[in-house]
Design a protein around this ligand. Structure first.
Ligand code: SAM
Length: 264
């Protein structure tokens, strides 16, 4: 089969391709892959990371939405014998089909990195480790502590589900075309045990979203505006010794957990 020409990058699909093999090596090393591992790669693009993953591990599932890049990689399938190439939107792909223990390694398309993160974290029992290249600003939100403007729904939900390390920043020069935003690689290790039941987790997610829905308002006012009963919230906060005048961004993940447990 002849190899199709490399298609030009499509900016709308977040196509900033890695060109630095040293960064590829650092990403793969961080994933601590064994030959028995199954890896999920979202957005293999031109395959620079895919090739390295294919050498480091037993099986790779690579989901690419761009049919031109999918066709390009397909034509190179002989070089990537243990890679299953799937042409689909990763947000629609049923990740539940992947084996438990799958490691996620990806240079994510930045325009959908947040919904993808939520989707992967939702399935954290399946994905014990994730090594992800993200825009630096999202990496900062993932590891943010209470009190700052980076701290929000993503920080609370991700830190509840995983231990997160911002591992290293990646210069725009390592990509073609160069992205307009700074990039960073993060390692997320899913927590084996979390404190809430499935039903409590639904309440936790709703509470955190409602608390941050009006960032400038106090916690009670934001919750009231989102349909929570004011007197009941105020009474629960008092019981937990959390001042009702506090804003959501000052509450720790632990505070949100305690509040969920007294509200359900
Ligand atoms: N892994 C390659 C690399 O490191 O050079 C490409 C990374 S590039 C930042 C993101 C890739 O994700 C592109 O190939 C893009 O076409 C693909 N992509 C964009 N949206 C996607 C989606 N919804 N589902 C799957 N892949 C997507």
């Amino acid at each position: 089969m002849s190899i199709p020409n490399l298609p030009p990058p499509n900016k709308r699909l977040g196509q900033n391709f890695l060109i630095d093999l040293n960064i590829v090596r650092k990403i793969v090393a961080l994933a601590e892959l064994k030959t028995s591992d199954h890896v999920l790669e979202i957005g293999p693009g031109r395959g620079i990371l895919t090739e390295a993953l294919c050498r480091a591990t037993g099986r790779v599932t690579a989901i690419e939405v761009d049919p031109r890049l999918h066709a390009y990689l397909k034509s190179r399938q002989a070089e990537l014998p243990n890679v299953e190439l799937i042409c689909e939107d990763a947000l629609a792909y049923p990740v539940e089909r992947l084996p438990i223990g799958t490691v996620v390694v990806a240079n994510l398309p930045y325009y959908i990195s947040t919904p993808l993160l939520f989707r992967l974290l939702d399935q954290r029992g399946r994905f014990p480790r994730m090594v992800l290249m993200l825009q630096a600003e999202v990496a900062d939100r993932l590891v943010a502590n209470p009190g700052g403007s980076d701290y929000g729904v993503l920080s609370v939900m991700a830190q509840y589900a995983a231990d997160i390390t911002k591992s290293f920043r990646v210069s725009a020069q390592c990509f073609r075309p160069r992205p307009e935003v700074a990039s960073a690689v993060v390692l997320l290790r899913a927590k084996e045990r979390t404190r809430l039941s499935q039903q409590e987790e639904v309440a936790f997610r709703a509470l955190v979203k409602a608390a941050f829905a009006h960032r400038r308002k106090t916690l009670v006012n934001s919750l009231r505006d989102e349909g929570y009963e004011l007197s009941s919230v105020a009474e629960r906060l008092k019981r937990l010794d959390i001042a009702p005048t506090r804003r959501a961004e000052t509450l720790s993940v632990e505070d949100f957990l305690r509040l969920t447990l007294v509200l359900v």
